[in-house]
Design a protein around this ligand. Sequence first.
Ligand code: ADP
Ligand code: MG
Length: 421
Amino acid sequence: MSLTEIDLHQQLKKYFGFSQFKGLQEEVITSIVKRNNSFVVMPTGGGKSLCYQLPALIEEGTAIVVSPLIALMKNQVDAIRSISEEHGVAHVLNSSLNKTEVRQVKADIENGICKLLYVAPESLTKEDHVEFLKHQKISFLAIDEAHCISEWGHDFRPEYRNLRSIIKRIGDNIPIIALTATATPKVQEDILKNLGIPDANTFKASFNRPNLYYEVRPKTKNVDADIIRFIKQNSGKSGIIYCLSRKKVEELAQTLQVNGINAVPYHAGLDAKKRSKHQDQFLMEDIDVVVATIAFGMGIDKPDVRFVIHHDIPKSIESYYQETGRAGRDGGEGHCLAFYSYKDIEKLEKFMSGKPVAEQEIGHALLQEVVAYAETSISRRKFILHYFGEEFDGETGEGASMDDNVRNPKKQHEAGEEVEL
Ligand code: ADP
Ligand code: MG
């Protein structure tokens, strides 16, 4: 059966049990099976994995999937293995494998059994792997979390920069598909340029989250009391509060507890056991509020988070979008409240001062956008979407009334009077 004759819906049902494609998935998959270079920009949770998993399963040969995190790869491989009868259909190739395991993986690729090969970029640069893959039938190459290639992204990884030359060595005509949840035009440009795929078919989903309400309040010395009041007004609801430092996380969690709020701290300084305990308590609704650093969130999929509060403003709009994006996943209410003081911006600038100049310049530019967001008097949703290169009609767009500036128009407010925290 030729690829064009394959009924994609039937395959979707067969492998994943879904009866409908989500968003642009079908268009993306069609582009891939037609062997076009493709570029997929969809928010987190949009269903990017399936865009390469389904074509990998139905095409001949092995699809190579580059992904930055070993834990993520393992999850994906387990998930794929559970939907397919065939042994060896998906493999991870990384430094954790012993020689026998590597031989098994390579045998499955040679036999055409292995449809998906997950690799970290540093494994792909290994000479003997490149030599081996060069002689195999590779269906296409997927680069997940492709923003890692850009210094303008929130997660730059230098190893991603070598991908283009390695791909060329594996095969000149292998279609490339890049996927990311980072929508800024600069990062997108970087991805296409660095991978050498300016001609890629681009598929971009909207980043609008109409059920999220955006609000910025001046941060004063009473910020903790403001937060307590907010939580009490929303009692029984689940929420996340982000702070910049571990110390502040601990302090605020304690303050909330003293005030009768069911809260726990979460940061990378806690031991693994405590972290997973706090995370589980939150997921199981044993506690209402997690006070956390940005260490909390990756892979947290609690659908009914009703508020995300930023005690400290984050270092980019990108981060703000990701962090607030954890609210209202179920489509229900999600209140995103940020406390802003220019003093915090100065603090963030100071943190950067030890870094290389190029990094400082990028960091500064990203921060200025945060300042502009916090101080704007236009629709915050319009501001965020514009930042992501998306037009938004502030009158009729979905969720247009869901922010403080639209509900209570005011002149640009001054940053709150701040004391040293
Ligand atoms: P992303 O990588 O874009 O953040 P994922 O690929 O992890 O998103 O998918 C998010 C969720 O959406 C997963 O739970 C996945 O099973 C689900 N999903 C993907 N495609 C579909 C579909 N066509 N129908 C229903 N659920 C889907
Ligand atoms: Mg993903």
